[in-house]
Structure formats: structure tokens, C-alpha cells
Design a binder for this molecule. Structure first.
Ligand SMILES: Nc1ncnc2c1ncn2[C@@H]1O[C@H](COP(=O)(O)OP(=O)(O)OP(=O)(O)O)[C@@H](O)[C@H]1O
Ligand code: SF4
Ligand SMILES: [Mg+2]
Length: 365
């Protein structure tokens, strides 16, 4: 490993902290409806160094918007995104560039995300054109390029090939090498293997794991594939309609979900031990409500089989502010560290004595 990689390992012990982030898109008005689409609504998160945080939730719940906000591609209406307490939205010039290096992204589609007119070497080295001054000589630059190729399991000679000459898995390796080029502390992986064949998925996931162990990099792993999330993450955050409704260790969230939505989501995921299989799979009725017109109070109430009258009047702030904050604030959760207490629960007392997991919802039909 080079001195460059070593210095990044030593430098970053900080976790990324996301506090009360809200993002509204202004969209074309349909009829008399709202044109304010609240894609993120009071997001609280933290990611520890060397940790993999899974981000799950139905299509349209805001996962990619959160990823784009962390990449500074979207500016939040309010809230902060910070490493070491430094909010990038208040930084300028060199400080902002330095911050940008810390978070990189790997995209879902390795075919669409690589420029077919560039060679693999040019693609991987592209970030160095914006972030100048990383190398003293051309030879140093080339050595680093070859090192990155080898790090992701490709050959130095592959630098001269174009993306079309690689398989899907190899292309994703190029995408990962590009993400590593600036020695980031956090890589956001937005559905990184869903476009790949199963056997290739396993190779890319193994590579990500090896890189994390070698470099200490943190990941936010976004995926619809719950069995993959279960396999590769340390903690999981569950999103519903722009909010995080539950976080916890991967084992807690999968085995002992507290929020009814999480229970429904996880009841469909494969269990490690067939004896743990719930008596009945919870089938959620109805679609995710429109973020243009979210339900009052608890956003999940239109599909929740435990909903009470109070749920329509009162939002459950404890699930984001109190539970997530209490467990995660400033406490980077490193691989192998003691598991935290579970981070969320449905905060209204439930009069319904039925066990979660046994009753499919009938609300919202
Ligand atoms: N640039 C934009 N302008 C307007 N609305 C947007 C924009 N980007 C996202 N949205 C809306 O914000 C909401 C969240 O979208 P987002 O892409 O973050 O969801 P997602 O969880 O990543 O979904 P998927 O799992 O399908 O990728 C959706 O209702 C989407 O239509
Ligand atoms: S019981 Fe009420 S607050 Fe809890 S998840 Fe259901 S609708 Fe939301
Ligand atoms: Mg998305």
C-alpha cells in the first residue's frame, strides 16, 4: 500500500453525520395539488469509520436523493451533513474541494455510468483533473493508476482498454477504482450489483469487503435486495416516504424489527435459519403514498394494521430525532464493536394485542 493510502487511513477517524436534513423539489403542479415534493424530511444518520450502513426502502422513498445530497449534488433546504463537524454547504474553494474528496459514489449501471469514448485508465484518472496537485510527476500518477487497477482485481495493461472490452463485473470494478481514486472516507454504493449476474455479484461484493478491510473506507449500501443487505452491512436504516423510520444493527433490524413497516419489509426477506421464519408473511396493501401529499401524522398510517386515531394527528418524531439521535449521535459504530441498543420503535402505545408479523394489514384497501 502506498504512503498516500496510509495517510488517508490515519487521517479519518470521524464519522459522517447527517442531522435533520430536508430536501424539497418544486415540481409541476397537477390540478390543485401541491407542487412541493418533500423527498427528504428530517433525516438523521451517522456512518462510522469502516462501517457499512445499509439503506433500504421502497422505490421513491428518497434513498438516491439522500445519496445525491451527501455527494453535494443536491442542496438541502435545511439540516447539516458533516465530517468532523464541518458542514460542506458552508465551505468554499479549497476546503470545499477537500470535503468533496471524502465522499464518492458507485452507480448501479456499470454500462451507462462509464464513458464509452474514454479508456479505463482515463475514466479512473478523471477525478484527478478536477482535484489537481495530487502527484509530483507523471510517473507517480501512472504508478497510482496501476495500483488502483490491481487493487480492484484488474491488470495494469487494462488501463488502455475501452469499457466495451470489459464484462459487467469488470466494468463495475472500474467504477469502484474511479471512486477510490481520491482516497475517499465514504463510498455511496447505489444498487452497485443489481445489474450484474448472481455469480458476478458475489465477486464484486467480496471485492468491496476486501477493500474495506484494507483501506478502512465506510460504505452506504443502497439496495432493494434484502438478502445482500443482510450479508454485507453492519447497520441498517429503513426509509419510508422521506423519513428514516428505524435504524439498528443488521441483526436487530432483520431479526427483531420494531416498526411495523420494517416488520413487513423483513418478513419478505430470506431468513438464515428457517426456524426463524415468521408464521405469515406480511403483505403490505396499497402503494407508497405520494410525497406530494403525504398522510398527516405518521406517514405509514394508511398501510399500518396497528394504526390508531392518534396516528393521523401526531407524527412520531421519536423515531428519528430521539431514538436515532440517542443511539448514534457521535458514536461511530465500528465493525466488531459492541452492538448498540435497537434504535427505533413505534412510539405510540398499541392497544392492539396482536403480535407484529401475524396480521396482514387491511388498512388502506
Ligand atoms: N430532481 C427531482 N425533481 C423532482 N422530484 C424528484 C427529483 N429527484 C427525485 N424526485 C422525487 O423524490 C422522491 C424520491 O426519489 P428517489 O430517487 O430519491 O427515490 P429512491 O428511494 O432512490 O427510489 P428507487 O428505489 O426507485 O431508486 C420521488 O418521489 C422522486 O420522484
Ligand atoms: S401504530 Fe401508528 S405511529 Fe406506529 S407505525 Fe402504525 S400508524 Fe405509525
Ligand atoms: Mg434510487
Amino acid at each position: 500500500m502506498t504512503a498516500q493510502l496510509d495517510s488517508v487511513q490515519e487521517a479519518g477517524t470521524a464519522a459522517l453525520e447527517v442531522r435533520d436534513v430536508t430536501k424539497t423539489f418544486h415540481v409541476a403542479r397537477s390540478g390543485s395539488g401541491s407542487n412541493q415534493l418533500r423527498a427528504l424530511d428530517g433525516i438523521n444518520l451517522s456512518v462510522g469509520r469502516g462501517e457499512t450502513l445499509g439503506l433500504v426502502g421502497e422505490s421513491g422513498c428518497g434513498k438516491s436523493t439522500l445519496a445525491r445530497t451527501l455527494m453535494l449534488l443536491e442542496k438541502p433546504d435545511s439540516g447539516t451533513v458533516a465530517f468532523d463537524g464541518k458542514d460542506p454547504f458552508s465551505l468554499r474553494g479549497k476546503e470545499l474541494m477537500a470535503w468533496r474528496r471524502r465522499v464518492q459514489m458507485v452507480f448501479q449501471d456499470p454500462f451507462a455510468s462509464l464513458n464509452a469514448r474514454m479508456t479505463a485508465g482515463e475514466i479512473i484518472a478523471e477525478p484527478w483533473a478536477t482535484h489537481r496537485g495530487l502527484f509530483r510527476t507523471g510517473r507517480e500518477r501512472e504508478a497510482r493508476l496501476h495500483e488502483l487497477l490491481e487493487l480492484v482485481g484488474l491488470r495494469a495493461s487494462d488501463a488502455k482498454k475501452s469499457p466495451q472490452e470489459f464484462s459487467g463485473g469488470q466494468r463495475q470494478r472500474i467504477g469502484i477504482a474511479r471512486a477510490l481514486a481520491l482516497n475517499p472516507e465514504l463510498i455511496i454504493l447505489d444498487e452497485p450489483v443489481s445489474a450484474l449476474d448472481l455469480s458476478v455479484q458475489a465477486q464484486v461484493l467480496n471485492l468491496l469487503n476486501e477493500l474495506q478491510e484494507k483501506l478502512g473506507v465506510s460504505y452506504i449500501f443502497i439496495s432493494h435486495d434484502l438478502s445482500v443487505v443482510r450479508h454485507v452491512t453492519d447497520r441498517v436504516a429503513v426509509m419510508y416516504l422521506g423519513r428514516i423510520i428505524e435504524t439498528g444493527t443488521t441483526e436487530d433490524v432483520f431479526e427483531r424489527p420494531l416498526h411495523p413497516y420494517t416488520a413487513a419489509l423483513m418478513s419478505a426477506s430470506p431468513k438464515l435459519d428457517p426456524a426463524d421464519r415468521p408464521a405469515e408473511r406480511i403483505v403490505l396493501r396499497g402503494e407508497l403514498p405520494s410525497p406530494l401529499d403525504p398522510p398527516s401524522g405518521c406517514r405509514f398510517r394508511t398501510r399500518c394494521w396497528k394504526a390508531e386515531d392518534i396516528c393521523a394527528r401526531q407524527a412520531p418524531p421519536a423515531q428519528t430525532a430521539e431514538h436515532v439521535g440517542r443511539v448514534q449521535l457521535g458514536v461511530p459504530q465500528l465493525r466488531g464493536a459492541a452492538a448498540p441498543a435497537h434504535a427505533a420503535e413505534c412510539h405510540f402505545p398499541l392497544t392492539d394485542a396482536a403480535e407484529p408479523g401475524l396480521q396482514p394489514t387491511t388498512v388502506g384497501e
